[in-house]
Design a protein around this ligand. Structure first.
Ligand SMILES: Cc1cc2nc3c(=O)[nH]c(=O)nc-3n(C[C@H](O)[C@H](O)[C@H](O)COP(=O)(O)O)c2cc1C
Length: 183
């Protein structure tokens, strides 16, 4: 029984790690992180081999991802905004599955120059409307330019991050309460 933390960014030296430093202490119980470069996130494009909405057996390359998503009771998606949307990796990974997402609670933490607002909006539409997930809440973190364009990266204790701590706390409670959650 676990919570899946899904990273949208493929960078291991960027701002997502700092946001996770802030996020993870709020999560009690089991969690597993997945994302580009972190198994079992899919690395190949295989949707041409089956129709996820009607799948009876996943190809072996997709099965670990399907097993992972099936085993999670809820999700937190942590993602930067890319070109007014969300990263393509994230869409690719989500599109490889279908029944595994349905009705599961999820909340979104988007970040970017203006809180990743467009990424947030698009992702909400896809998760709620497309994948039929229960989007329970979300946080948009507005990141100052020096953290985006410069070498300074988020550590997790910056006021523009921690100002969202109360919202995060209540979102995590909702997430854990929305399904029986074993710790
Ligand atoms: C391809 C690309 C497109 C981006 N487009 C946007 C954007 O539209 N809006 C925005 O606020 N930030 C944009 N950014 C900045 C990212 O939000 C920022 O670099 C963020 O820190 C990336 O997350 P990471 O550091 O964890 O990889 C873009 C970055 C990349 C690499």
């Amino acid at each position: 029984m676990k919570l899946g933390i899904i990273r949208g960014s493929s960078s291991t030296r960027g701002n997502t790690d700092g946001i996770l430093n802030w996020l993870l202490p709020f999560i009690k119980g089991n969690y597993q992180i997945a994302g580009p470069g972190i198994a079992p996130y899919p690395t190949e494009l295989l949707i041409d081999q089956y129709l996820p909405a009607m799948v009876t057996k996943y190809p072996p390359q997709v099965k670990p991802w399907a097993d992972f998503v099936r085993s999670c009771q809820g999700f937190i998606v942590v993602t930067p905004e890319y070109n007014n949307g969300y990263p393509g990796y994230l869409k690719m990974a989500m599109d490889h599955l279908f029944p595994e997402w349905k009705s599961k609670p999820v909340f979104i933490i988007s970040f970017g120059g203006r809180g990743g607002a467009q990424c947030y909006e698009q992702l909400t539409k896809v998760l709620a409307g497309g994948l039929k997930m229960d989007v329970i809440d979300g946080i948009r973190i507005s990141v100052p330019t020096k953290y985006i364009a410069g070498s300074t990266k988020i550590k997790g204790d910056e006021p523009f991050v921690t100002e969202h701590s109360e919202s995060l706390k209540s979102a995590v409670s909702k997430l854990l309460l929305s399904r029986p959650f074993e710790q």
